[in-house]
Design a binder for this molecule. Sequence first.
Ligand SMILES: Cc1cc2nc3c(=O)[nH]c(=O)nc-3n(C[C@H](O)[C@H](O)[C@H](O)COP(=O)(O)OP(=O)(O)OC[C@H]3O[C@@H](n4cnc5c(N)ncnc54)[C@H](O)[C@@H]3O)c2cc1C
Length: 556
Amino acid sequence: MSQKIAIIAGAGPAGLTAAYELLKRTDIHPIVLESTNAIGGIAQTFNYKGNRIDIGGHRFFSKSDRVMKWWFNILPKQGKPAADDMEKNHDVDFVAEAIVDFLCPECGVSGKKAAPDPEKEDQVMLQRPRLSRIYYHKNFFPYPIGITLTVARRLGILNTALIGFSYIKAQIVPVKQETYLDAFFINRFGRRLYETFFKDYTEKVWGVPCNQIRADWGAQRIKGLSLKRAVTHAIKDLLTSDFKKAQQERETSLITRFFYPKYGPGQMWETVTEQIRACGGEVRMKRRVVGVKWKEESGKRKVTSVTIESVDTGETEEVPCDYFFSTMPIRHLVGMMHPKPDDRVCEVAEGLVYRDFLTVGLLLKKLHVQEQGRKPSTSVPDNWIYVQDGGVNVGRIQIFNNWSPYMVADRKNSTWIGLEYFVNEGDKLWVMPDQDLITLGIGEMEKIGFARKEDILDACVLRMPKAYPAYFGSYDQLGVIQDFTCGIENLYLIGRNGMHRYNNQDHSMLTAMTAVDNIAAGRTDNRNIWDVNVEPTYHEEKEQSEAGEEERKRRG
Ligand SMILES: Cc1cc2nc3c(=O)[nH]c(=O)nc-3n(C[C@H](O)[C@H](O)[C@H](O)COP(=O)(O)OP(=O)(O)OC[C@H]3O[C@@H](n4cnc5c(N)ncnc54)[C@H](O)[C@@H]3O)c2cc1C
């Protein structure tokens, strides 16, 4: 009997995990097709003259041990300090040894070895401190926001009092229908705090007012956080005799740690690709999936073949397959299916909305952060900073030096930052020539008091379409798509855009793993793939429990 073939659309975390798992646990031959020239999808690392950009900043952390073990099997945890660990006094749990289980002997020799030294070896996962803050009116505020005395001082006494009153009002008369994001925020923080710290940034991310975005997104992002918690902390601080220490604890409780590949997230997926290829799997670049044929026979629906187009030549070929995994945007998948699905399915797929993303990379001699009432500072400890300011377009700033020192070609003499813009494909910013975007970015950095023009050494621009599947448009009718696609037994919708869900890498991988579990178990009902990441509290709960764990450890 000839070997079965699985076609996988997309070489992002979900598609590559599917290929890896198929090789590990089945006899199926995986063929991954990637339309671009980059491995890793949104989790790729873009290399600009040795300075690397991570799109959005990818922390490697997961509540799933299966995923954590999987990552460390590909890139083992560090055994020795990274280039900046000592100088910045990082608190790292070094490990003594790594146990690696390769897919096949062609990938490498499995077994125990000394944990890698990041200064000498490349295949290594670093442990990094996490800090992100909000930059508002030339002041830093903790993220997530909390009301500490420092925060109150920076906001001003009157403003803080008004925030308090507005919160009390929201508690006495909450917004009854919490369907949309503005109500979600107001009920937890009061209108004034919402308008100060959440509104501008959130509307920049989505490009629509908060009263049009469903609350599901907020529930995933900030569940468990509220002003009540923040105020309780503040009162505790005021009552404690050692006020300064309590303040410091409050600040440090916001710092947690995460794992990060030496050369950014793309390194994880490039290494996985090397192993897939070494074991006989295929990852074909610049090959776009443009057609998916399916048929119904004896009451069973199946995908029969996939049409592939070469991005360079435009030539197409039709490849028969036994399984088809899609990480493509649902809108594209449904649009390329033959025969055409029901009108209702097409309508919902067409109505799905995405938000696109672009990064302006700026290489600087140094930062010049003009925090109010302080001397300008040439560096900041943050991984990323939320820019809460409606007067500029930039939404967030990444400081790549703080993600990994190896992300920067000359880390001692330069600071490599990414200015993040949330855009729509085809809008004014998206079509703006790169040089104009760079000029805009530099101007905005000067305006918010973050950098000086004379310190710029180099710059580049990177665009990422469909970075965010939006929770508006026809999102609330996604069930129609689920019903239709689950009815095709060898079709697997996995990943982030593949399922139109706000999945991080771990969840994108788990959907791929579940699909392969189903194949390995001979299960044809694939609804369980949609059960991954339905628990809305996942993200922040995990982060908070990690923060709690950090604090417990610190206190001994
Ligand atoms: C700003 C931002 C920050 C993030 N931060 C984190 C984080 O801190 N931690 C974390 O774990 N996750 C994070 N994520 C999420 C993470 O990027 C995604 O979960 C992950 O990349 C999704 O993997 P995927 O394989 O489903 O999709 P993608 O990464 O989107 O990959 C899909 C691939 O399919 C290709 N493709 C599309 N259409 C076709 C076609 N027709 N034919 C062939 N190929 C096609 C695309 O080119 C792409 O390479 C973040 C995402 C964003 C946008």
